[in-house]
Design a protein around this ligand. Sequence first.
Ligand code: BJW
Ligand code: ZN
Length: 244
Amino acid sequence: MIEEAAKMLARSRFAIAFTGAGISAESGVPTFRGFNGLWRKHRPEELATPEAFRKDPHLVWSFYRWRMDLIRKARPNRAHYALAELEEMGILKAVITQNVDDLHREAGSRKVIELHGNIFRVRCTSCSYRENLKESGRLEEFLAEKDLPKCPECGSLLRPDVVWFGEPLPRKALEEAFKLAERADLVLVIGTSGVVYPAAYIPQIVKETGGKVIEVNPEESGITPIADVFLRCPAGEAMEKLME
Ligand code: BJW
Ligand code: ZN
């Protein structure tokens, strides 16, 4: 199976990767729906929605501050590095990710499309203020604060610049992702349950436009039925073998 996948990858002319929380599991970032999922106590729909934020911004912010702190200490793993290397080799044209953790960029991937935002960015709920806390150097200070974060421009409540259920995905990123998927002759799907839309359309578009689907996941997912090759193992192990 691995040999088959390696051959397909080497022969492809325009390969892309589509990643989810599972690729960062070996970096110590909990997934959403897995066994040790992030939201076993709180279901995604209870925390990652505009309604939850309106109802209990303290709960939602404490959840995001906890995750920001966990993610800033996480380092990319073998799978992230392998994707950066495949791009360097000219094989991989882009990484389309549902993750908000920045680990693809940390690993050296250049063409990264973030469909669900970035956990290190905040934005104002009233005005157009946005800030990347990693770039502004204010992350430590932000995490130490216990009160609700307020906009320095207008004083309104800040929110994480991520995409919650019922909210539209960033238009440009989604359009670009769909275009790449139409063009791709191969998609490497790594570590996603493939149940959250519209992101989950990406591998389907590749398939429908004549491309191949390689999936890496220790469990079956919503994508497995359309996978041409299914590598049933953790991302780090699969990607290391694939690179040999
Ligand atoms: C490993 C591993 C290892 C473990 N190695 N693998 C069409 C049909 C049905 C529903 C909808 C539809 N269109 C829209 C909807 C509604 C909704 C939706 O999809 N609901 C479904 C759940 C039913 N979608 C939306 O609401 C989206 N918005 C939208 O459609 O807007 C329309 C609109 C238009 C115009 C105006 C207004 C509205 C938005 C979706 C936003 C999702 N947001 C989240 C939170 C992001 C912020 C944050 O991080 O806090 O995104 S939810 C969460 O799920 C997060 C993830 O990116 C996303 C996907 O999860 P992922 O990455 O797949 O993780 P898991 O945990 O599910 O899976 C991990 C996998 O890894 C597992 O398979 C493991 O086996 C595997 N694994 N270890 C490899 N070592
Ligand atoms: Zn503001």
